[in-house]
Structure formats: structure tokens, C-alpha cells
Ligand binder design. Structure first.
Ligand code: CAA
Length: 238
């Protein structure tokens, strides 16, 4: 049977492109989503990819969902942790809830999901853990101290896990996308976004497919010697 991949936030934007790409690569893909049922239904109808709804910021929900997936479909061979949120504001104006929501969703979820999938990967002596960080986790971004802190922390997290599981055929890597043409980026105020695009040497936003291609590269069975690394795809921005 083909290997099983879980893509969080896998029904929209970058995650949807990743789900499609891994399906083409021969994986059985389960795409998770938080609450947008209609987008998930349309995505599933169009691609045939199965979806599951759970809150990645909730430890019990993660455990229950992974347990359910593995009982129904077998052990997960690849986790692509792509789901994340923004709640942009300068520090001066940031509410405590904006800080905690972003840290819980973007960072705590790495701990919950990885712990839940690792036993299955250890038993297979194979696994691919791929985490989506951001150029802003590398360089910082005005208005994103919460998001940048979580996205930078993901890199330290993945490097540490890489060391813990290297002898089990499991790799842990990070992709740090730049500004990609998604709903999240289109939500940035237009004049600000125009200034940001002006700082991208390639002169345009990236595409979700370009990030899916990075996942495909790290997912490959020949990528077993790449672990603890961060792959940037940001049009030369940083
Ligand atoms: N680069 C250049 N100029 C910027 C800037 C930036 N990144 N961010 C803000 N500015 C400029 C504004 O254009 C504005 O200039 P003027 O005074 O000349 O008009 C000035 O700084 C003040 O900005 P705002 O009026 O927007 O200030 P605010 O306090 O109302 O809002 C903010 C501040 C929330 C940071 C808002 O500017 C903003 O949303 N910035 C974008 C933050 C961002 O990049 N988010 C990325 C979301 S997508 C993502 O996160 C995906 C990923 O991984 C890359």
C-alpha cells in the first residue's frame, strides 16, 4: 500500500497545492482543516483527497485525530505541518490574545502533532517531518513579532527533533516560504503589500505550487541525508 501523508491546513492555499503534489507523487493524502467546511468539501470533491477537521492548537484534538487517522488508514509516514495563522499588529498595539493564539496555533501544534505521529514513524523505520516556517521567521517583520517568533521557533524545534530521530530513518526539515500568492498574503493592506513586493528581487509573489515543489523534494526517498535543514523559497528576498 502507498504511504500515508497528513497535510495540515491542506485544503486551501499552499496546503492544497502540497496535498495535490503529494497525491501525484503517489502518497495517500489526508488534508486537515480547522473550520472552513465548504472549502474542504469543494477541495475533496475536486481532488478526491480525504479531509479531516480538528483544531491543531488543541492537544487532545490532535491526539484524537491522529489516533483516528492511524486506526482507519494505518501509520502516517509523512507529516507536512503547513497550517498557521497571522494576527498582525505592532507590539505596542498587540493584545495578549493575539500573541497567545498565534503561538498556540503555529508553534504548540508542532509539539502536539509530532509527538502523536512519531511512534508510527519509528515502527516503520521511516518518516518525513516537514514544517512550514516563513521568511519572516528568519528576518523578522514589522507587525509580526508573534508570527515571526513562532516561525523562528519552528526551526529550533525541527533541528532538535532531527537529532532525536536521525537513527530511525526519519528526517525533520523546514521550508521557509517568502510572500506567496495566498489569501493570507492578500490580506496585507494593499499599499503595504506593494512596498513588500518591491523588496522581492524576483519581482513577484511566489506560487503555492513552488512551495509544494519544495515539499516534494524533501519528501523524496532520495532525500534521506537531508535533515535539520531549512529550505528558503522567497524570490531572493532574504
Ligand atoms: N515594508 C515597508 N513599509 C511598511 C511595512 C513593510 N513591511 N509595513 C508597514 N509599512 C509602512 C506603511 O506602508 C506605512 O507607511 P506610510 O506611513 O508611508 O503610509 C507605515 O509603515 C505605517 O504602516 P501602517 O499604517 O500599516 O501601520 P499600522 O500600525 O496600521 O499597521 C501593520 C501596522 C499591522 C504592521 C501593517 O502595516 C501590516 O499589516 N503590515 C504587514 C505585515 C506583514 O507583512 N504580514 C505578512 C502577512 S502574510 C504572512 O505572514 C505569510 C508569510 O509567511 C510571509
Amino acid at each position: 500500500m502507498s504511504q500515508l501523508a497528513l497535510v495540515t491546513g491542506g485544503t486551501r492555499g499552499i496546503g492544497a497545492a502540497i496535498s495535490r503534489e503529494l497525491t501525484h507523487k503517489g502518497y495517500r493524502v489526508i488534508a486537515s482543516y480547522a473550520s472552513n467546511k465548504e472549502a474542504a468539501r469543494l477541495f475533496s470533491a475536486e481532488t478526491g483527497i480525504q479531509t479531516i477537521a480538528f483544531d491543531i492548537a488543541d492537544e487532545n484534538a490532535c491526539k484524537t485525530a491522529i489516533n483516528y487517522i492511524e486506526t482507519e488508514h494505518g501509520s502516517i509516514s509523512m507529516l507536512v505541518h503547513n497550517a498557521g495563522i497571522t494576527a498582525d499588529s505592532t507590539l505596542e498595539k498587540m493584545a495578549s490574545d493575539q500573541w497567545h493564539r498565534v503561538i498556540r496555533t503555529n508553534l504548540n501544534s508542532c509539539f502536539y502533532l509530532t509527538q502523536a505521529v512519531l511512534d508510527g514513524m519509528r515502527a516503520q523505520n521511516f518518516g518525513r517531518l516537514i514544517y512550514l516556517s516563513s521568511v519572516n521567521g528568519l528576518k523578522g517583520q514589522r507587525g509580526q513579532c508573534n508570527y515571526a517568533a513562532a516561525k523562528a521557533a519552528i526551526i529550533g524545534f525541527a533541528k532538535s527533533i532531527a537529532l532525536e530521530v536521525a537513527n530511525k530513518g526519519i528526517t525533520a526539515n523546514v521550508i521557509a516560504p517568502g510572500y506567496i500568492d495566498t489569501e493570507m498574503v492578500r490580506a496585507v493592506p494593499k499599499p503595504v503589500l506593494e512596498k513588500i513586493i518591491g523588496t522581492i528581487p524576483v519581482g513577484r509573489l511566489g506560487t503555492a505550487e513552488e512551495i509544494a515543489h519544495c515539499v516534494s523534494f524533501l519528501a523524496d526517498k532520495h532525500a534521506g541525508f537531508i535533515t535539520g535543514s531549512t529550505l528558503s523559497a522567497n524570490g531572493g528576498m532574504y
